[in-house]
Design a protein around this ligand. Structure first.
Ligand code: SF4
Ligand code: SF4
Length: 317
């Protein structure tokens, strides 16, 4: 069993994953209860899909009856170069190719390898694509702890990491040592969040979160939060940028995550006048397509209106 686990581990690193961990597929009762409480309090805003299939999220056997092991992988996406700070900002995970596709492709290759060395392998790959408590599985597999901003943090890779899972019938060697919570008395992410969306340690209220509003909210953006949006038009990295565990993490070496040249060079004027054609050329195949052209335009107008308003207020003063 140890040698099979080692072979899968080695293959995952060869495929470019930052780290891998293995957990026994048992029901995640405690994490399921936390999710239930979070949903009960309405923290999911209008992401009603999150309330469905709660039982599938908690019990891996309900998702794949023969599952014995959950394999978790993480992939670092910290970019070498960032957008200039004075233009509309895109969350760093969305600079390059859609991570669902990047990670799924690697997971399928990992499963092919597992079938090659163990022909009776059954396996399913998940990346944000099914009701899977991915942070909880990654933590259980020893890949990090959940920070007070509610994201997974890995000691080496920080929190600029994406997570994927393989459910498999193989029995492997399971992680025995979960990472301890290294947040300690730090409250930097809570203090830095401009909308106070981290309502208590480890709890993010989507109704106040810029990331939710710029990506998932299909209705009017909340004018009460307008001054706090700063330059964010797709996602928000503020609570991660401030985290001490992200200060010295390595840059990614995943070619698919490289931003298109035009993104890093887009001026304020270019952003303000972005045409549908330019949107497609810059963001086709990236997570930004989720917002669609109209959604991104709405978000750009929202931050630009805010600046126009504050300028005219200043002039009036
Ligand atoms: S993503 Fe932005 S708005 Fe949301 S909790 Fe983090 S800092 Fe706050
Ligand atoms: S900023 Fe501090 S409290 Fe927040 S996740 Fe990082 S270490 Fe934890």
């Amino acid at each position: 069993m140890d040698s099979l686990t080692s072979k899968i581990r080695n293959k995952s690193i060869e495929l470019g994953f930052s780290a891998i961990g293995f957990s026994k597929a048992t029901a995640l009762k405690e994490d399921g209860q936390k999710l239930h409480d979070w949903l009960e309090n309405g923290n999911h805003a209008d992401m009603h899909w999150m309330t469905r299939h709660a039982d599938l999220r908690i019990d891996p056997e309900k998702l794949m009856a023969t599952s014995n092991t959950i394999i978790s992988v993480i992939l670092n996406y910290r970019p070498a170069h960032k957008q200039p700070p004075d233009v509309p900002q895109i969350a760093k995970y969305a600079y390059g190719r859609d991570y669902h596709k990047v990670i799924k492709k690697k997971l399928f290759r990992l499963i092919d390898y597992m079938k090659e060395i163990e022909p009776h392998t059954q396996a399913r790959a998940f990346v944000d694509s099914a009701p899977v408590l991915e942070h909880a599985w990654a933590r259980k597999s020893g890949l990090g702890w959940i920070g007070k901003h509610s994201l997974l943090i890995n000691r080496k890779w920080g929190s600029y990491i994406l997570i994927g899972e393989v459910f498999t019938n193989l029995e492997l060697t399971y992680n025995q040592h979960q990472e301890i919570d290294l947040c300690g008395s730090c409250t930097k992410c809570i203090d830095a969040c401009p909308t106070n969306a981290i309502t208590q340690p480890y709890v993010v209220d989507a109704r106040k979160c810029i990331s939710y509003h710029t990506i998932e909210n299909k209705n009017e953006l909340p004018t009460s939060l307008q001054p706090q949006f700063q330059n964010w038009v797709f996602g928000c990295d503020i609570c991660q940028d401030i985290c001490p565990y992200n200060k010295k993490t390595p840059e990614h070496n995943e070619p698919d995550f490289e931003p298109r040249f035009s993104l890093l060079n887009m001026t304020k004027e270019k952003w303000a006048n972005l045409s549908g054609q330019e949107f497609y050329e810059t963001f086709n195949g990236t997570p930004v397509m989720r917002a669609k052209y109209e959604g991104l335009q709405r978000n750009i107008r929202f931050i630009n209106d805010k600046k126009t308003e504050s300028k005219s207020t200043n002039t009036n003063n």
